[in-house]
Unconditional design. Sequence first.
Length: 277
Amino acid sequence: MYLKEIRTSGFKSFAEKTKIELNKGIAGVVGPNGSGKSNIVDAVRWVLGEQSVKQLRGEGLMSDVIFSGSKSRRAAQSASVTLVFDNTDKYLPLDYTEVSIKRCIYKTGENEYYLNNEKVRLKDIQDLLVDTGVNKESFNIISQGDIGAILSNKPEERRIIFESAAGTLKYKKRKDEALRKLDRTHDNMSRVNDIILELETSIAPLTKQTSDAKKYLEKGHKIKLSIRFRGREMQFTDKGKEVLLRFADELKEVGTLEGAPTLDGRNMMAMLSPVKK
């Protein structure tokens, strides 16, 4: 796999549609100061998902990467960059010999990402490239001043660089993400247990209510059963249904359910009718 083409339109100094073709191997871009050499690197970093304007040598909003106009050209309304990779060796896990990644931005600040001309999320592109080392955070892209910064880095900061270069940083990120998900799961389980405890606690007063309901049913009156869910309890309506069915089962000798419990907003209700004698 190698970068075959860079296509830009309305990005920074590239006001017109521009296509840069690259051959396999080493390619050099030369030109005088201010000709846009650094903007090519910025374009590659940007299309790979860069979210920091500062990293693109800019200030203010991300939409500032859109060509702002000149004496001879009007300002562009959008900017786009496309990277075209030769994937003949199937290095990318896609059944295409050519893979294009595109990012667009509009004056409103809205961003769009495309993979082979199909709209996708940034995460889809990041997941595709995570095993290749081709991403905005990898050290395949070294900007001016980075080498000096690397030499002056602390040992733990250099370790991150070596992990990225060796291709092991992705596993650390996956581990960290898995640990975050595990922590969220533990938090959710604690909350679930609290909610279940609240619902089960509400069963205790049912003993007296069952006795009262039995008296009404024996006199031929219908009984309306109701449970109200508060806040996140709405995620566990099945537990509420279980409570109502348990209550009805306690009264099955004198009352029968007219139908399954139904949910109306935050309230779950059921109707008990007296058993016909």
